[in-house]
Write a protein that binds this ligand. Structure first.
Ligand code: FE2
Length: 231
């Protein structure tokens, strides 16, 4: 139902479709060149997401080669630490200030490479092996527009996403969702995640704490404090 989509999304699809082979440079250029407005994307805003979805995730379009999603972030909404599975190219357009962390993962050992914020109008690149976290540390809702694609797959481009959840000492594999407190039905497989550096843990807990506080999840908060104090 392409004809019912806002003009800015149809422009985006037109630009994506006419590329023979896509890469992060091209997708960034495309995202930077289109005039997106919050008003046009209003039908996809999902602010009233349930507790087990730690941000609003609405699929706008999926043609197999790529998908387009709108994320809605209430104050305190965060992803878990995650990568993007089979995604070969992708990008994010920011409509507001978002907190971001970039990690390096080697042999299941994790370190922080960069702490930054993305500002309104900025574009970030995303591909499968990028491990990061994103969220809203501000005091009002923001939205972000995401495109994930592949040159070699024609379905489920975000499958095999790894989601690191230090508060439960687990690594989950999903089809692309990266929620904190994720519903079990979204988890394809899991394994333990135990060797986490204290500074990574302290920084991560400080970011995701407001989400668990807002949802009055005292058990998880206590678990995080205990884990931090014994790590
Ligand atoms: Fe991501």
């Amino acid at each position: 139902m392409r004809e019912y989509l806002p003009d800015c999304i149809r422009n985006l699809m037109f630009e994506l479709d006419r590329q023979a082979k896509m890469n992060n440079g091209i997708v960034s250029q495309i995202l930077s060149g289109i005039k997106f407005t919050e008003k046009a994307l209003e039908p996809f805003v999902y602010g009233k997401h349930p507790t087990n979805e730690s941000y609003g995730r609405k699929l706008i379009w999926d043609n197999g080669d790529y998908n387009i999603l709108l994320m809605t972030w209430r104050p305190g909404d965060f992803t878990a630490i995650h990568n993007h599975g089979y995604t070969e190219w992708g990008g994010v357009y920011f409509f507001g200030e978002a907190t971001h962390r970039l990690y390096r993962v080697e042999n299941d050992e994790m370190s922080i490479i960069r702490k930054n914020v993305f500002l309104r109008g900025e574009v970030a690149s995303v591909c499968g092996d990028l491990t990061h976290l994103m969220g809203n540390s501000g005091d009002h809702d923001i939205i972000t527009l995401h495109v994930y694609g592949s040159n070699t797959r024609n379905e489920n481009v975000s499958e095999d996403a790894k989601v690191y959840v230090p508060e439960f000492q687990k690594i989950f594999t999903t089809m692309g969702s990266a929620y904190l407190n994720m519903n079990k039905t979204l988890i394809l497989s899991e394994k333990p995640f135990e060797n986490i550096e204290h500074d990574v843990l302290a920084d991560y807990f400080s970011l995701v704490k407001p989400f668990y506080e807002r949802n009055k999840m005292a058990g998880v908060l206590k678990r995080m404090d205990n884990y931090l104090n014994h790590n």
